[in-house]
Design a protein around this ligand. Structure first.
Ligand code: NOJ
Ligand code: CA
Length: 544
């Protein structure tokens, strides 16, 4: 296997020169993340589906995003929101079929929108035919595609599941098997070449159906320490990502060869890209995944994990720009996703949280690189309170209720101000997660009529960003004075300053330029070309 991968590496290695000529679309794309199950339900079973998403494409076009990433759409055991896949080359009947996906891609293309799929190579579902075969016969070829260990008193090592509890469970015949997530998500053994071969088939299957690339789940996983040695320490979910304390489980050097191979495959298809989920503490280690012959992008989660503090935001922006700059890759900024509490709530909730989420959006959308917007963040949805009996997230169950889980950021979208908020057709089944009654006020239809809404702020920001060369591209420098954060971006000789007041007092800002956009409607220039910037507010100023 090592020899095979080494050959692949040398043949796939490309020149380490930044992409020049016409900049590829993904470098500064705004990608909208669709949590399929919660986006729009066309057939009335209370579950979002591909036909529902397809019918809402004009909304995404109106909003002004460039692409969408769809959370897993595959047949699944249903243990982890679709991240436990039982068939990688099919569509879960809850969502439609392959023809629906093809129709979606075609309609999206007609509107100028690219479609990215989620691919999950670290683990399968326990319902996957390989795992089922391995359960039935320990000596079958499929068994070596997972990590099994013979029956013994104690598990093979001290590894913990990220969802709580040990990372090893027993099969009915007493063997141990590894699962870094839920027990229903056995980890694949990437040292077996059959695993790599099957994923290559999967990539081509979807690329041949016109998708523009993939978001890669747990891209820092796949390979494990060959001796499965104990980890030196314990991971804490409060860290920015995994570090040396988890050295045996994550970030093994061999994984980079997989991304080189995948890069060479997607390179056969024009205008496609790969973006990886790489949850490591060190931004320089993350950036290595987006070297020119590996993935095009690796998410930068620092803003997603930062509290409301100019120091933390400045540090997050600076460290990502430095690290990705060294490998010539754009930063892929993320403020929200399906794994983290909604921004409005994270930043304090209520009016303050709302104002901060608006300001944070302007900051993210001003930065060079691509930006990922999680469905519902453009509406300012707060974290929903989901009653325990309605919860689905394995984190809640595996932590014995100690961690509340991620259901509150996965509640269906409110489309209109009717009692069912227009997620399903009238008279349908109940939505798969309960939608709070007060969410009518966040409905798309309502916000579309209100020029001061969060939705209009996003739409305006995307329109200005599409026009101005310095927004989303070029060079940026970060400065901070107390709680006042400034990012100055320059491209084609033009500069924009994004100034964010993260403190508690209004600050006077010298403008010397044109106010392009403000996150709070009341901000305006004073006569003397200074601007009074209230707390929790951001502005974009184009320099003269
Ligand atoms: C990361 C995904 O974003 C998350 O939702 C999932 O639970 C884990 N990977 C495991 O696949
Ligand atoms: Ca449905």
């Amino acid at each position: 296997m090592a020899a095979r991968l080494a050959t692949v590496r040398s043949s796939a290695r490309r020149q380490f020169a930044p992409e020049q000529a016409a900049s590829p679309w993904w470098r500064d794309a705004v990608v909208y993340q669709v949590y399929l199950r919660s986006f729009a339900d066309a057939n009335g079973d209370g579950i979002g589906d591909l036909a529902g998403l397809r019918a809402r494409l004009p909304y995404l076009n109106w909003l002004g995003v460039d692409a969408l990433w769809i959370n897993p759409h595959y047949p699944s055991g249903g243990a982890d929101g679709g991240y436990d896949i039982s068939d990688y080359r099919a569509v879960d009947p809850d969502y439609g079929d392959v023809a629906d996906l093809e129709a979606l891609v075609e309609d999206a293309r007609a509107l100028g929108l690219k479609v990215l799929l989620d691919v999950v190579p670290n683990h399968t579902s326990d319902q996957h035919p390989w795992f089922q075969a391995a359960l039935a016969d320990p000596d079958c070829p499929e068994a070596s595609r997972y990590h099994f260990a013979p029956p013994s008193e104690e598990p093979p090592n001290n590894w913990r599941s990220l969802f709580g509890g040990p990372a090893w469970s027993r099969t009915p015949d007493g063997r141990w098997y590894l699962h870094l997530f839920a027990p229903e998500q056995p980890d694949l053994n990437w040292r077996d070449p059959a695993v790599a071969e099957d994923f290559e088939r999967t990539l081509r299957f979807w690329l041949d159906r016109g998708v523009s690339g993939f978001r890669i789940d747990v891209a820092y996983g796949l390979f494990k320490d060959p001796g499965l040695r104990d980890n030196p320490g314990e991971y804490s979910p409060t860290l920015f990502g995994h570090g040396p304390e988890q050295a045996m489980t994550w970030n093994q050097p061999e994984v980079h060869d997989v991304w080189r191979r995948w890069r060479s495959i997607v390179d056969e298809y024009p205008d496609t890209m790969l973006v990886g989920e790489v949850c490591l503490a060190d931004p320089e280690e993350i950036a290595l995944y987006s070297r020119p012959d590996e993935m095009h992008q690796a998410f930068s989660f620092r803003l997603l994990k930062s509290g409301w503090s100019a120091e933390s935001f400045a540090d997050g922006v600076r460290s990502a720009l430095d690290a990705f700059g060294k490998v010539g890759a754009p930063v892929s900024w993320v403020l929200g996703n399906h794994d983290k509490d909604r921004q409005v709530t994270r930043f304090g909730g209520g009016e303050v949280g709302d104002a901060r989420a608006r300001a944070a959006a302007l900051l993210m959308l001003s930065l060079p690189g691509s930006a990922y917007v999680y469905a519902g963040d453009e509406l300012g949805l707060p974290q929903a309170v989901v009653p325990d009996e309605a919860k689905r997230d394995p984190i809640f169950f595996r932590s014995g209720g100690e961690r509340s889980g991620r259901d509150g950021c996965r509640v269906p979208m409110p489309w209109n101000a009717t009692p069912g908020v227009g997620f399903s057709p009238r008279g349908s089944a109940q939505p798969w997660l309960p939608i709070p009654a007060e969410w009518r006020r966040y409905a798309v239809s309502r916000q579309a009529r209100d020029d001061s809404s969060m939705l209009h702020l996003y739409r305006r920001a995307l329109a200005v960003r599409a026009e101005h060369p310095a927004l989303g591209a070029g060079e940026a420098s970060v400065s901070r004075r107390g709680e006042l954060l400034t990012v100055r971006s320059t491209a084609e000789g033009r500069s924009v300053r994004c100034v964010v007041n993260m403190g508690e007092h209004t600050v006077l800002v010298r403008t010397a330029g044109t106010l392009l956009l403000s996150s709070a409607p009341q901000v305006a220039h004073t006569a003397r070309r200074t601007l009074a910037l209230p707390p929790n507010t951001a502005v974009w100023i184009a320099e003269d």
